[in-house]
Design a protein around this ligand. Sequence first.
Ligand code: FAD
Ligand code: NAI
Length: 470
Amino acid sequence: MKEATFVIIGGGIAGVSCAEGISFLSPEESIILISSSPVIKKVTNLKHLTKLLSEFSVEERSPDSLSETCSLLTVINDSVTSIDYENKIVVTTKESIGYERLCICSGASPKLIDIANPYVIGIRDTDSVQEFQKRVCSSKRMVVVGNGGIATELVHEVEGMEIVWVIKDNHISATFIDPGAAEFFQSSLVKSDEDKTAPTKRMKFSLSNAKGSTTEAGGAALGPDWHSNVDLRGILQQKSTVTVEYKSEVKRIIDHVEGKNLLSEDWPVYVELTNGKIYGCDFIVSATGVVPNTSFLDGTGVQLSSDGGITVNWKMETSLPDVYGAGDVCTASWEPAPQWFQMRLWTQALQMGTYAAKAMVMSILGEELLQDFAFELFSHVTNFFGFKVILLGLFNGQGLNNEYEILLRVTKSSEYVKLILKDGRMQGAVLIGDTDLEEMCENLILNQLDLTPFGEELLNPDIDIDDYFD
Ligand SMILES: Cc1cc2nc3c(=O)[nH]c(=O)nc-3n(C[C@H](O)[C@H](O)[C@H](O)COP(=O)(O)OP(=O)(O)OC[C@H]3O[C@@H](n4cnc5c(N)ncnc54)[C@H](O)[C@@H]3O)c2cc1C
Ligand SMILES: NC(=O)C1=CN([C@@H]2O[C@H](COP(=O)(O)OP(=O)(O)OC[C@H]3O[C@@H](n4cnc5c(N)ncnc54)[C@H](O)[C@@H]3O)[C@@H](O)[C@H]2O)C=CC1
């Protein structure tokens, strides 16, 4: 039987950063990484924008490429089928592997609205993007269900199609942004070019009187800009049109025969929405979140959280002895720092993988572990509708029970800045466009300075606010 001091399940960002972390801290220990996917995901071009915000590329590499940084690492391309935690053995389809410490980084899979319907697809890995591209290039209309990261990206990227976007909420991209930011992006939905103008709004208001807006296992998940090298063009010779169906869900999916009778239009498949409308389309994208890959743990009694993730404590330990978890597969179940919470994102997969490595190495050495600084503040940088989007801390007032103030500055088609303040102290920020405010906001959230004396000047575009804090 093969054996290693450290065994890792998963070749996504969490698993690979865990292997690299162990090799860095304990280069003389053996590591086996088992992954169902033949390629591994490696973080490259890491660029720190601030202490906690970082941008990076994610590359698909052959497992051999890891030998540069991890000399005692063996990568096995196989699927884990079960774990015998009492005897410290991982069972794959071909063999059994012994461990001293195990880290589960098996990621998540798309949670589809109808897993059995061939017209419903999800997007997660390279294979699923190829399938998506195949559908797009021969289609006129798709229905996109969901209002998170994938739906937001697709609606912007796909050309030459009619897109019907079905969302439960009353504004777009609700997983990430507030109604005000959604309004800022709204012009991008009609894909027109607007002039950049001077700031149109700069105001301070409390939430209550804010106007209108209150403010199983496939490959590893895709990397940033996954769509940039994929031709996502439908068969219509025009820009895509987007029809948003707000506050609605898919009530049922209707087959070709019944749908044609109901609608007198000929489409491969139809959806009936909870608002009573029926749309025919070529296919349906279910961008409705993820479900952690844990089926190989059935029968172990491992503690799972209500979202299906493996419960982990602040040391990334699961409820099974010497078994750790990191990335999308796990649910952070410790008392978080006031401005941190979990979202299933690259940055957190990287941070958790690296930190789990440290926790496992410290536990073997019997040394004390301290909580990582990365878990002090939620931070995320991404790109929506062609704009840089930075989210810091409680960027949507999460957990503040609507008891906060918003400072807002909007320059149409250029920037959207929203700061969340409670008792004069900054709790979170949404920075869209090239605002250059990320460092200041990060510092102000971390140091909890009383900002009452600055008032609205904090967002005065004519004042270099950094001068105040030098
Ligand atoms: C289309 C798309 C776009 C995204 N865009 C962004 C973005 O812009 N920014 C961002 O921060 N996040 C983004 N994400 C989320 C991000 O990709 C994930 O949070 C992150 O990659 C999770 O990494 P992970 O290592 O935990 O899991 P995964 O990447 O899912 O890796 C899991 C690994 O485990 C392996 N595995 C699973 N089960 C087994 C088994 N039984 N045996 C052996 N191996 C197994 C898989 O093959 C895979 O190698 C996006 C996700 C998708 C799908
Ligand atoms: N730029 C970024 O940061 C991106 C991040 N991602 C990440 O990848 C993962 C997968 O992305 P998404 O699938 O977009 O998940 P998500 O968690 O971002 O969004 C899921 C959306 O689906 C909705 N939903 C759930 N069940 C539904 C149902 N039955 N009917 C209608 N709507 C339903 C939710 O309300 C939510 O709007 C997530 O972890 C996400 O954070 C994905 C793409 C881009």
